[in-house]
Design a protein around this ligand. Structure first.
Ligand code: F6P
Length: 546
């Protein structure tokens, strides 16, 4: 809440921080042989080891007290209970209903939302099965094997990440493509490689007004009509949206529209009709398994005490570093090729949700909110930014993710991959002192003078924190669990920072200004006054494009 840092719970953490700010994780392991066991939680096939953090029981207790002080339990119930917690947009936040897998109703005011969700799921099942079986086919009777998702942000990143993550479950004859960027190259690179007769375009847009998506969709529509004629559109275009009117205006028959609702935020929508390309690629039963996994995490989150609650602990550890150590960076590294787009997905989830300044009290937060999130696939990123993780002046907490079993157990690749992820976490935590470096080099016969020149450069400060998340295998169920875990982590942090994690007004200003600049780039003048830099850039680019 505003004035958060003045609350007793917050002040208590400040004192705890002063007491323990220099604790060393390596020492904590020496002092407590049970530490790994104590700070590990298992939920189904997901293991969460948070022992390599700068935490102890007293720190965790203070963080749990902060969560209670912020009425986290009440806020969790409010979300699951369909209360309008997205206050700036006056909307409920019920993406959890999309994966609600038992018979109880989910109420939004006096309405149970489950019948409409189940009806859409049924429609998705029928359509995806028909496409996979070739029953819903192209205008000329050919099977639709190129599935192109046109969408951006939440209407792209979730489907893209999940279909990539579950590639080993794709039907053999199906190929998925994604067009998101307004850059014509994004369209060209897909259209140049597909055949219109075998292509299904899925226009995915919650609002159906997003300029990137509509521009890309119009280009694809024209490409199809030029090849097969106007009548072909009904066989080759479907829409996923909340906006029936705009879908019709665009020229897609509402029969070919799959609906979702205002209570589903864009970045929380891959569980809804927005997941259509996932369904077509992996089959509806596998899609349902993904929902089952997310539901298992939802239940765990809603029903487990904070002390054993994975998303709550993940979030509180993030707050410990962000608000008390003043570390405003956070890194997620999946050691799995199929999960390589997870960091991109999490960037929107985390940074669009919690990159906010104003609290629910309409006052600027006097503490840091969402951190910068980045990442990439291990081991690739070991050879790019890991230098900084190990020896930079900035401390960057890391989440490592690894499946115990690979979908491609070729030779010893996966054993090498596992060795690497475990080694990186251990190296970050243990480090290597200059003295340790010196003894090693001495044993190799180096002179004292030579050692003196090099030992600092080869030393590692250590005490760098990380979480380890181990999944059995990257399957639909565990992917569902993993993504829901991060959604709830983001929710808990937003709840503690007292910000609305569910609006995104921050993306609007630039969008509006782009519309003002467009006529000027197109050679017309507008009456908008620009700063000198923007004005001269417009002039310069126009001259080149003449
Ligand atoms: O980036 C802003 C945003 O509104 C996202 O929240 C959303 O996921 C994306 O644009 C796409 O919006 P739509 O699905 O309405 O096209």
């Amino acid at each position: 809440m505003f004035g958060q840092e003045k609350s007793e719970a917050w002040q208590n953490i400040c004192s705890v921080y002063e007491k323990y700010k220099n604790i060393n994780i390596r020492d904590l392991f020496t002092q407590d042989p049970d530490r790994a066991k104590k700070y590990t939680l298992v939920l189904g096939n997901l293991l969460f080891d948070y022992s390599k953090n700068r935490i102890n029981d007293e720190i965790m207790a203070a963080l749990f007290a902060l969560a209670r002080d912020c009425r986290l339990e009440e806020k969790i119930s409010a979300m699951f209970g369909g209360r309008k917690i997205n206050r700036t947009e006056n909307r409920a936040v019920l993406h959890t209903a999309l994966r609600h897998r038992d018979e109880e109703p989910v109420m939004l005011g006096s309405i149970d939302v489950m019948p409409q969700i189940k009806a859409t799921l049924l429609k998705m099942r029928k359509f995806s099965e028909d496409v996979r079986l070739g029953k819903f086919c192209g205008y000329t009777g050919k099977k639709l094997t190129n599935i192109v998702n046109i969408g951006i942000g939440g209407s792209d990143l979730g489907p893209f990440m999940a279909t990539s993550a579950l590639k080993s479950y794709w039907a053999k004859d199906i190929n998925c493509f994604f067009i998101s960027n307004i850059d014509g190259t994004a369209c060209a690179e897909v259209l140049n490689n597909i055949n219109p007769e075998e292509t299904l375009f899925i226009v995915a847009s919650k609002t159906f007004t997003t300029i990137e998506t509509l521009t890309n969709a119009r280009t694809c529509r024209k490409w199809l009509v030029d090849a097969l004629g106007e009548h072909a559109v009904a066989n080759h275009f479907i829409a996923l949206s909340t906006n029936r009117e705009e879908v019709e205006k665009f020229g897609i028959n509402p029969k070919n529209m799959f609906e979702f609702w205002d209570f589903v935020g864009g970045r929380y929508s891959m569980w809804s009709a927005i997941g259509m390309i996932i369904c077509i690629a992996i089959g509806f039963e596998n899609f349902e398994k993904m929902l089952d996994g997310a539901y298992a995490m939802d239940k765990h989150f809603a029903e487990t005490d904070f002390e054993h609650n994975i998303p709550v602990i993940l979030a509180l550890i993030g707050i410990w570093y962000n608000n008390f150590y003043n570390i405003h960076r956070y890194c997620v590294i999946p050691y799995d090729q199929y999960l390589k787009y997870l960091p991109n997905y999490l960037q929107q989830l985390d940074m669009e949700s919690n990159g906010k300044t104003f609290t629910f009290e309409n006052k600027p937060a006097n503490y840091a909110t969402g951190p910068v999130l980045f990442g990439g696939a291990g081991t690739d990123v070991q050879h790019s930014f890991f230098q900084m993780l190990h020896q930079g002046t900035e401390i960057i907490p890391v989440d490592f993710i690894i499946p115990a079993i690979s979908h491609n157990e070729i030779g010893n690749h996966h054993r090498i991959l596992i060795s690497n992820v475990l080694a990186q976490a251990e190296a970050l935590m243990k480090g290597r002192s200059a003295d340790e470096v010196a003894s090693e080099l001495e044993a190799k016969g180096m002179t004292k003078v030579e050692i003196g020149k090099i030992k600092n450069y080869k030393s590692f400060s250590g005490n760098r924190p990380s979480n380890m998340i181990v999944l059995r295998k990257i399957d639909p169920y565990s992917l569902g669990m993993l993504v829901a875990m991060y959604e709830h982590k983001v929710f808990v942090q937003g709840a503690i920072w007292n910000i609305n994690s569910f609006d995104q007004f921050g993306v609007e200003l630039g969008k509006k200004m782009a519309l003002d600049i467009l006529p000027e780039i197109e050679g017309m003048y507008s009456d908008i006054e620009h700063d000198a830099s923007t004005a001269s850039l417009i002039k310069y680019i126009r001259k080149i494009r003449k």
